[in-house]
Design a protein around this ligand. Structure first.
Ligand code: ATP
Ligand code: MG
Length: 397
C-alpha cells in the first residue's frame, strides 16, 4: 500500500487572480523542504497539493512532520492510495485501525473527481459508511460533530482513503510577501516575532548587535543557535552581526544615563535602516511588547520609531509574556532563549531609565556625540552568515 500526503491550503484558498503566484511559492517551499527525505511529486488541484513519494523507502511520518511546519498550509491529511475498485478499498479498512479503534463517532465524506467511476459520491458515502460500521461496530455515525471524518476520494490515478488530518500552521508561504529584517536579541520575544512575520509570507533575515568584550562569544552563539532553530519555520536565514561596542562606549561616555536605552535602540534602528537599504529589505521587525520594560512604553517606542526609515513590524506588541512564552515553546526556541548569556542591552543598563522620554530630550542627548560616522562604520564592519534549513552547525554546552 502506498501513502501520500495532502496539503490543504489555508488562506491561499481565498486569493483571487494572483493565487497562482502563492501556489507556485508554496509548492517550491514544499519541495525544498522535503528534498532531504527523497524525491516527491507535487501536484495541485482543488486547493490542495498532493504530495506523493516518488523514490523508494521514504518515511511518510517524517515527511508529515516537515509539511506541518510549512506556512500556507491549513491542514495536512495522510491517505492510502488504492486502485479504483471499491472492493479493494473495503478490504483494506485496517488502514484506519489506529484512528478508528479508539474513536466513538465518525462520518464519511466522498468525492469523485473521476466521473467515469461507476458509483456517485452519495453512493460511495453510503457503501463506505456501511463497510466502516461492519469493521468497527462500536462506532456511531454522527454527521454533525464526528470525532473522525473518513474521506474517500476517487481521482484519475487512484482511490485515496484517509482518516488523519492535522491542523497546519496556516498563514502564507514564506517568500510571498517580500523580505524583512528581524532585530534578533537572545531573548524570548524576538524569535517569536520572526516566526509570526514569516507566517505572513515574509522572508525573515536577522540582525544582531554584539558588544565584545562586554558580551561573550557564547552570547553570540546563542543567537546563532536561535537562527538555526528559526529555520524550521522560516526557511534559510541570513544573519547580520553588527559590532556595537564602540557605539555603546561612546554613548556611555557622552550621554545622560537615563536615556541610554532609548538612544541605543535608536542607533540599532539607524544601522538596521542602512542594512535594509543596502540589501533590499522592506521592513524592520522587533520583539517589542507594549510596556513590558522601560524601553517599550508608548513614549519610548515613539522615540525609537522616529529613527526608523522603514515600516517597523512589532507582531508581539499586544501579547503578554505568557502568550509569547507559549509560542516560543511550541516553535522550539524557548530553551535556547532562556540560556543565561548577557545581551548588549544589559551592558550599561541605566539604574533609572526614563519611562516617558520626550523626543526632543532624546534628540538633544543623542546630539552630544557624533554617532553618524560610527553608524556607518558599524555597517561596514557587519559580518554576514547564512543558516540553511535543516543544517545543525552551532553547538552550545
Ligand atoms: P527579547 O525577548 O526579544 O530579547 P526583550 O523583552 O528582552 O526582547 P528588549 O531587550 O527591550 O526586550 O528588546 C526589545 C527588542 O529590541 C527585541 O525584541 C529585539 O527586537 C531588539 N533587540 C534588543 N537587543 C538586541 C540585540 N542585541 N540585537 C538585535 N536586536 C535587539
Ligand atoms: Mg532582549
Amino acid at each position: 500500500m502506498k501513502e501520500i500526503i495532502l496539503a490543504k491550503y489555508g488562506e491561499i484558498a481565498l486569493k483571487g487572480d494572483n493565487r497562482r503566484t502563492f501556489e507556485d511559492i508554496l509548492v517550491r517551499n514544499i519541495k525544498r523542504r522535503l528534498k532531504k527525505l527523497g524525491s516527491f511529486s507535487c501536484d495541485r488541484r482543488q486547493s490542495t497539493v498532493y504530495i506523493e513519494p516518488v523514490s523508494e523507502n521514504i518515511s511518510v511520518d517524517e515527511a508529515v512532520e516537515e509539511v506541518v511546519k510549512i506556512f500556507g498550509i491549513g491542514a495536512v491529511q495522510r491517505c492510502a492510495v488504492f486502485p479504483k475498485d471499491f472492493g479493494v478499498v473495503e478490504n483494506n479498512l485496517d488502514y484506519l485501525d489506529d484512528v478508528l479503534l479508539g474513536a466513538k463517532s465518525f462520518k464519511v465524506e466522498a468525492k469523485r473527481s473521476d466521473k467515469s467511476f461507476p458509483l456517485k459520491s452519495p453512493d460511495i458515502q453510503q457503501k463506505l459508511g456501511d463497510a466502516v460500521i461492519d469493521r468497527f461496530p462500536h462506532l456511531k455515525v454522527d454527521v454533525h460533530e464526528p470525532e473522525v471524518t473518513v474521506r474517500l476520494e476517487i481521482r484519475d490515478n487512484g482511490a485515496y482513503l484517509s482518516a488523519k488530518r492535522i491542523t497546519g500552521q496556516g498563514g502564507l508561504p514564506v517568500g510571498s510577501s517580500g523580505k524583512a529584517l528581524l532585530m534578533l536579541s537572545g531573548g524570548i520575544d524576538s524569535p517569536v516575532a520572526g516566526y509570526m512575520m514569516a507566517k505572513r509570507g515574509l522572508i525573515v533575515d536577522c540582525i544582531h548587535y554584539i558588544s565584545p568584550p562586554y558580551t561573550s562569544d557564547r552570547a553570540r552563539l546563542k543567537v546563532e543557535k536561535l537562527c538555526e532553530e528559526m529555520t524550521e519555520y522560516c526557511g534559510d536565514i541570513r544573519f547580520f552581526c553588527v559590532p556595537f561596542t564602540e557605539i555603546q562606549e561612546k554613548l556611555r561616555d557622552n550621554c545622560p544615563e537615563e536615556f541610554f536605552t532609548v538612544i541605543m535602540r535608536r542607533l540599532m534602528v539607524k544601522i538596521a535602516n542602512k542594512i535594509c537599504e543596502r540589501e533590499g529589505y522592506g521592513a524592520i521587525i522587533t520583539g517589542e511588547s507594549l510596556a513590558q520594560v522601560a524601553s517599550q512604553t508608548l513614549a519610548a517606542i515613539e522615540c525609537t520609531n522616529e529613527a526608523a526609515r522603514f515600516p517597523v513590524f512589532r507582531p508581539v506588541i499586544g501579547m503578554d509574556k505568557i502568550e509569547i512564552t507559549e509560542t516560543a515553546r511550541r516553535i522550539g526556541t524557548f530553551e535556547t532563549s532562556i540560556m543565561p548569556y548577557e545581551d548588549c542591552c544589559t551592558v550599561f543598563t541605566p539604574k533609572h531609565p526614563r519611562t516617558k522620554p520626550k523626543l526632543n530630550d532624546i534628540l538633544e542627548a543623542e546630539g552630544l556625540a557624533d554617532f553618524d560616522r560610527m553608524v556607518d562604520e558599524a555597517v561596514e564592519k557587519t559580518t554576514v552568515k547564512r543558516f540553511r534549513f535543516g543544517e545543525k552547525t552551532v553547538f552550545l554546552d
